[in-house]
Design a protein around this ligand. Sequence first.
Ligand code: ATP
Ligand code: NCN
Length: 207
Amino acid sequence: MSERPAPQRRRVGVLGGAFDPPHRAHRALAEAALAQLDLDALHIVPTGQAWHKARPLTDAAHRLAMCQRAFGDLPGVVLDARELRRTGPSYTVDTLTELRAEHPAAELLLLLGADQWAALPTWKRWRDVLALATVVVAQRPGCVAPGPPGACALSLELPPLPVSSTAVRAAVAAGADEAALRALVPVAVARYIVEHGLYRLPSPTDP
Ligand SMILES: Nc1ncnc2c1ncn2[C@@H]1O[C@H](COP(=O)(O)OP(=O)(O)OP(=O)(O)O)[C@@H](O)[C@H]1O
Ligand SMILES: O=C(O)c1ccc[n+]([C@@H]2O[C@H](COP(=O)([O-])O)[C@@H](O)[C@H]2O)c1
């Protein structure tokens, strides 16, 4: 008697970030995850209140609109605004706990750049994060990331991409136009930044 193959567990990826703004490395990370991890869905989760970042984040509505433009066309992507709706600091353990309840049988795969993998021991209830999800790490230029002692993660194949949201904001503040921004962020995000005047330094003529 032939045995039936065990049903595949649903695989749900989670890519969280401030996305202030989303840039080409975020997009490459999402594409690599979809291509390499056999995901049924990839939740893009913009951070509500980033307790771990010193600067205030740009309005949630702008960051969500830019995520729509950066990731919305990728198959399987779910724009997940739960952290924007939640009051109080955004903790990944809360998001994963909710996703676990919504997808009880699924494997959750949490995507992290190497900097956040190295910073994991500073996260709220980080051991619970590791129990709730399989961590998948993308290397990041300039960051050697051993992760917490004894903790394991999968790694994503991704060429090193030396781009950050900090560099994008600095480029706009230094006067980069839409054409120059396209090297750093997806085309539709570059257009959105310029149309909405995001990240510009206030000029003396501004009201
Ligand atoms: N160039 C990159 N290569 C690999 N991972 C990245 C890269 N940039 C961001 N990430 C990862 O994407 C996730 C979201 O990052 P985030 O939105 O904070 O962007 P950022 O570029 O690090 O922002 P900022 O410069 O404002 O700190 C994090 O897990 C981060 O490690
Ligand atoms: O839960 C935490 O304590 C925690 C601490 C630092 C970062 N995170 C999450 O990790 C993701 C990437 O963080 P960042 O700073 O690179 O945008 C994002 O979803 C953050 O909310 C989560």
